[in-house]
Design a protein. Structure first.
Length: 233
């Protein structure tokens, strides 16, 4: 285990973080969720990199991780922050199977796994925070994420060094959705060799956001009917 893990995980959760790392290094590689070359740098590049995202997530809120993949950052946040209720949204069966097995093995009763694209749950589910990692550029991410963000909530996505350019390119989409100017944070300054960059997007006027939210000129999606969902927790 990386000794820096003690800075971002509670002492009683360090064993869970280590077990998750073992899952990534073994089944994660075998099932094609993590590249073999990533194994030597699992802690710094993936696990710790995701854990510091908790610095900008409030206590006791609901969080959706869209395109969760191998559980980055969702599983990591569930380990580091047992106060959060995490929903992992992932369309591919082999990935949701992995996420369910890991959550069960680690006893993460604050995790729910849903199979489907993020837009499949628009108009049905709402969260205080919607996060993602390496899913899409900010413009597309707004369309996929914002319909899941409650009026008082936020999109909080992990991004790279190109985030300022992404914000500029997403200006029309930000206006269309009625968002406040995004804020960018550098996380893990005292933990990571390469810090984590996160962008936070909120509604410009939460009091005027109808539910479910729609872009200007758009139409509300019908919430009629039912959907069979596979859940944990």
């Amino acid at each position: 285990m990386d000794p820096r893990a003690a800075k971002v995980f509670p002492a009683d959760r360090l064993e869970l973080a280590e077990k998750y790392a073992a899952w990534l290094a073994d089944a994660g590689v075998v099932r094609g969720l993590i590249g073999p070359r990533e194994v030597p740098r699992l802690w710094d590049r993936h696990i710790l990199n995701c854990a510091v995202l908790g610095e900008v997530i409030p206590h006791g809120v609901t969080v959706a991780d869209i395109g969760s993949g191998a559980g980055l950052p969702g599983i990591v946040l569930a380990i580091a922050r047992p106060d959060l209720q995490i929903t992992l949204i992932e369309p591919l069966l082999r990935r949701t199977t992995f996420l369910e097995e890991v959550s069960e093995d680690l006893g993460l009763d604050n995790v729910t796994v849903l199979r489907g694209r993020a837009d499949a749950f628009h108009g049905e589910l709402g969260f205080d925070v919607v996060t993602s990692r390496a899913v899409a550029g900010l413009e597309k991410l707004l369309d996929w994420s914002l319909p899941l963000v409650v009026p008082t909530g936020a999109l909080v996505a992990m991004k790279g060094s190109s985030i300022e350019r992404e914000i500029e390119e997403a200006a029309p989409a930000l206006k269309k959705w009625g968002c406040a100017p995004p804020t960018v944070s550098e996380l893990g300054v005292d933990v990571l060799e390469t810090t984590t960059v996160a962008v936070r997007v909120v509604w410009s006027d939460p009091a005027r956001v109808d539910w479910p939210p729609v872009p200007k000129g758009g139409q509300k999606r019908s919430t009629g009917g039912s959907r069979k969902k596979k859940r944990r927790g």
